[in-house]
Ligand binder design. Structure first.
Ligand code: 5GP
Ligand code: ZN
Length: 116
């Protein structure tokens, strides 16, 4: 745990969040500023900066958060219509929290993505 890290503090329960799913290695909670009707953040409990850092350090956790996303999509009724999984990586992509997090977006028809 990195005590300077917002998401480490959320995972530790030091800061509040709306938890939607938990496993031994993963934690998922609703985004404070949802960008779609359903917007959930899925993180490994272990602190890694971004998706590539995670893949280099503990690649099995990439699988764990992806499987968690699939279970959450089922739980939220999104599996059939579909949903989007996103890793913003670095400031140019809008990454603001440097504890790797997968965004799960859905619950409505999503627009195409790319440049703002
Ligand atoms: P990023 O921009 O790094 O890809 O995503 C960070 C996400 O974390 C943003 O969508 C932002 O709304 C969300 N966020 C920032 N602070 C908090 C917080 O304290 N609680 C929750 N639940 N989400 C947060
Ligand atoms: Zn962290």
């Amino acid at each position: 745990m990195n005590s300077e890290c917002l998401f480490c503090r959320i995972i530790a329960g030091e800061l509040p969040s709306t938890v939607v799913h938990e496993t031994e290695t993963t934690f998922a909670f609703r985004d404070l500023h949802p960008q779609a009707r359903t917007h959930i953040l899925i993180v490994p409990r272990a602190h890694f900066t971004d998706a590539v850092d995670l893949a280099k350090g503990q690649p099995e956790l990439l699988t764990d958060i992806t499987l968690a996303a699939g279970q959450i999509a089922q739980q939220e009724g999104l599996a059939e219509p579909g949903y989007r999984l996103v890793f913003n990586t670095g400031p140019a992509a809008g990454q603001t929290v440097f504890h790797v997090h997968m965004h799960l977006l859905g619950g409505e028809q999503l627009g195409h993505f790319g440049a703002p």
